[in-house]
Design a protein around this ligand. Structure first.
Ligand SMILES: *[C@@H]1O[C@H](CO)[C@@H](O)[C@H](O)[C@H]1NC(C)=O
Ligand SMILES: *[C@@H]1O[C@H](CO)[C@@H](O)[C@H](O)[C@H]1NC(C)=O
Ligand SMILES: *[C@@H]1O[C@H](CO)[C@@H](O)[C@H](O)[C@H]1NC(C)=O
Length: 299
């Protein structure tokens, strides 16, 4: 990266961090974004309607693509396929653990809820509860896996793949020469050797195998999660952790444009192809990569 963009990037990050601290200190009360949210709250009907649309798109993707839709027989294959899928056996939640999707706040929330003796949900499983709380789904035997996949509330957190890449890049800034070579490295390694940060969500979360009940979109988490928790039968007075995803969106929009312009046309096209499943399975408004996906039918 050239010097000036790097400087601007650092400045933007500093601003985001300051904004984050300010939000934690309660400054958000006067923030125009949260005022706008308060002015136009997401109604339950709208939330459910949006969920229907997201799941419909996902089903259409799954019916056209040859993605795995049944659990493999061998336990090794199951473990490999489900390595990012976690469950809370106390709260009957299943979710996919992918960094930089906002899922971290969700995980903290579950931890807090699990600590509370009081919080219980109806018990749909005819099995004794496990002592382990949040754990990998693949730790269980096939009977349990199938029972959990059938009865738990299943939540998927999604985010524009290009923003996930930027987030991964920024974590390693300083040690990396340029965004373009960072991207080239990911492209060279290919799908199979991709790290957790860069692997497509469709490969990590298996949304054609697991019928997720809720698809949560980065940028709208606070409002969407409060409806989700209510629908899942958890107490209304839970204190939601501060989700800053709505506030960081503008920084990411700006960063996306800057960093995208540093890539060659070839890299842009290869990256769109690398993420073609995610771009087809989910609706990311204004993703810079979507525009380059010329043949969405070739899954
Ligand atoms: C459990 O619930 C009761 C009221 O239903 C409340 O007074 C109490 O503080 C709760 N305990 C915990 C540990 O949350
Ligand atoms: C699977 O695990 C459950 C709970 O540990 C146990 O009750 C059940 O017998 C196991 N089933 C098989 C087929 O091993
Ligand atoms: C993936 O990693 C393995 C082992 O690290 C390596 O042998 C293989 O060549 C890599 N594949 C690609 C496409 O880089």
């Amino acid at each position: 990266m050239r010097f000036l963009p790097r400087l601007l990037l650092a400045a933007a990050l500093a601003t985001t961090t300051l904004l984050g601290c300010w939000l934690l200190l309660g400054g958000h009360r006067d923030d125009p974004t949260s005022r706008a949210e308060e002015a136009a709250p997401l109604t339950l009907d709208t939330f459910l309607h949006v969920q229907q649309l997201r799941k419909k798109r996902l089903r259409a993707f799954c019916s056209h693509s040859a993605k795995v839709a049944t659990l493999p027989e061998s336990h090794e294959e199951q473990a490999h396929m489900l390595s990012s899928v976690r469950v809370s056996t106390k709260l009957d939640f299943l979710y996919c653990q992918v960094p930089a999707t906002g899922m971290e706040g969700w995980q903290r929330l579950l931890e807090k809820l699990e600590e509370k003796e009081n919080v219980t949900v109806p018990m749909p499983l005819p099995y004794p509860r496990q002592h382990a709380l949040q754990t990998q789904l693949s730790k269980f035997n096939q009977t349990m896996i199938e029972a959990m996949m059938g009865s738990y509330t299943k939540v998927l957190f999604v985010r524009d793949p290009f923003q996930r890449l930027i987030s991964a890049y920024m974590q390693g800034m300083g040690s990396r020469p340029s965004f373009s070579s960072f991207v080239q490295d990911i492209l060279d390694r290919g799908q199979h050797n991709a790290s957790l940060e860069s692997k497509p969500l469709v490969s990590l979360c298996r949304p054609c195998l697991i019928q997720y009940d809720y698809v949560m979109m980065f940028g709208f988490l606070r409002q969407e999660l409060s409806h989700l928790l209510h629908r899942a039968g958890l107490p209304k007075d839970i204190h939601l952790p501060e989700f800053t995803d709505t506030q960081v969106q503008w920084t990411y929009k700006w960063l996306s444009e800057q960093l995208f312009s540093e890539l060659s046309l070839k890299q842009k096209k290869q990256l769109s192809r690398f993420y073609r499943w995610d771009l087809s399975a989910f609706q990311f408004s204004n993703s810079l990569l979507s525009d380059l996906l010329s043949t969405p039918e070739t899954w």
